[in-house]
Design a protein around this ligand. Sequence first.
Ligand code: WTA
Length: 635
Amino acid sequence: MSNYHIKNLQEYFHLYYKSVRNPELFWEEIAEENFVWRKRWDNVLSWDFTKPEIKWFEGAQLNITENCIDRHLHTRGDKTAIIFEPNNPNDPAEHITYKQLHERVCKFANVLKDKGVQKGDRICIYLPMIPELAVAVLACARIGAIHSVVFAGFSATALATRINDCDAKIVLTSDGSYRGAKTIDLKGIVDEALQDCPGVTKVLVAKRIQSDIHMEAGRDEWLQPLLDSAASNCEVEIMEAEDPLFILYTSGSTGKPKGMLHTTGGYMVYTAYTFKNVFQYRENDVYWCTADIGWITGHSYIVYGPLANGATTLMFEGVPSYPDFGRFWEVVQKHKVNQFYTAPTAIRALAKEGTEHLEKHDLSSLKVLGTVGEPINEEAWHWYNNNVGNSNCPIVDTWWQTETGGILISPIPFSTPTKPTYATLPMLGVQPALMDENGNEIKSNQVEGRLCIKFPWPSVARTIWGNHQRYKDTYFSAFENMYFTGDGALRDEVGYYRITGRVDDVIIVSGHNLGTAPIEDAINEHPAVAESAIVGFPHDVKGNALYGYVILKETGESRDRDNLRKEINQQITDKIGPIAKLDKIQFTVGLPKTRSGKIMRRILRKIASKDTSNLGDTSTLLNPEVVQKIMDDAF
Ligand code: WTA
């Protein structure tokens, strides 16, 4: 087990060099000593970034749920696997032991089998943060079905696109969900989506809010009676290491969402290993990641990584502001949380409320604090460190992506000295490179470049579902023989990395990736709109907010502007979801375009962020006069 748990900086460097000198040997030892395999691999790694094709532990056989559940039963059977903290603080929390989790997953798996689900089938999961969500994910993995979890804040249109893209025949959902003081009619959203999904034959519905919903005869069934009568044991399906485990959609800068496909063996090894080290998880610790399982953070660091380590992982149904802004701290105190992992946007929202709520709670159980999803600004970092961590808990600023499956750059707590706004050092086996615009590697420090990774790590996504060419074009074509992240970064004199943000047209709002093109498409479908362009601008809580420049058709010119703004945001809510709503909408007569017709977003970004002292070169514009006009209208 020696390689598995890094305990100091010297050990980190020792292992890092080993992991880079001989990655196959490094990962082979980790895989061999810490997991249950039904058959050993024939080959640790084969890869070719030009195709691109990446295979880890080829020939090995396993089931990830055997590693996440069954193998713990004799040593940790009565240990809590999942703590479920409900939306309403007056409702009791649920403690699900490994034994109970085993039974629930087996029953759910048997229900799916009974409905005809087979290895390789895609199952769409559209559930709120209730235990059934984690159980459903694991039940799919147990029988080799490929889960595609869609965040239950997405709209009917977004859900339908994702169901159709991977041709899912079954949808798992609930009657509704709680969100603070509100309830959301999830089943109604599913019903609407399914009008456009002729392939879906079965919808299994969990009961959460006891609402009166429509059940389509022959298609919809309540889940609970099926679970009640299902057998409580289900043998695992033996999977190949490179068999698909799940699809998870992420926004691209253009086109429809990308269904990132993750496979089984490498994903398991890497998420388990990084969970153990990045959070320094010790037996009997209580770990809480506040993300939703609908995002990659929830997949890797609420479900698979923690459970593979036999950890206790907390699932929270609610929101940070309900019933008040003290909720997170109340939960930390109540469950004596040791590791707490959240997004900078949540930290900024909480910091705005001052320290009054913090002072009312005992946070002394905390040992490690994490952040993910967007760059953390210095002020938020210090607030988190001083007030939540009492200057006593290392902050792990973890950089990674849906595509990377697991954390690639992060401090190791108690080993790596932290530095505000720096994600610091690569995880073991991860070989970052900064590239300039001409495709040359930047060797010097403090120069911003495009962040690439030179060598495969075990949990890299293997393809985009149904579109391998797009996978190649997006990640492996910008720089020769490298995985391109889409992020900018710089390196300081000791080799620490600081992520500076996206270099493409993806905008991160409250930690959610939003592509500009799908939002523009949604706006352009409004009958009064001729054309639009979206850019991000700095926002003190959300990190970035969205600014839309909208050109109206002649017919729209006479319309009331405030009404139009509302309708445009409603259109976005309907097509994508409320997370993509615009904070500002400016109606304009034109957009700055290059001679090839490309919108010059650089200029629009500057105007949106009121930074117009130096607009850069506008000489290549087809219509330079429009810039002044937009500026006049903006301020
Ligand atoms: C951004 C989330 C700065 C980055 C796990 C990346 C970060 C995108 C950090 C992926 C961080 C994530 N510092 N930026 N610590 N973590 N990002 O796919 O731009 O939802 O490319 O995965 O979030 O977002 P995704």
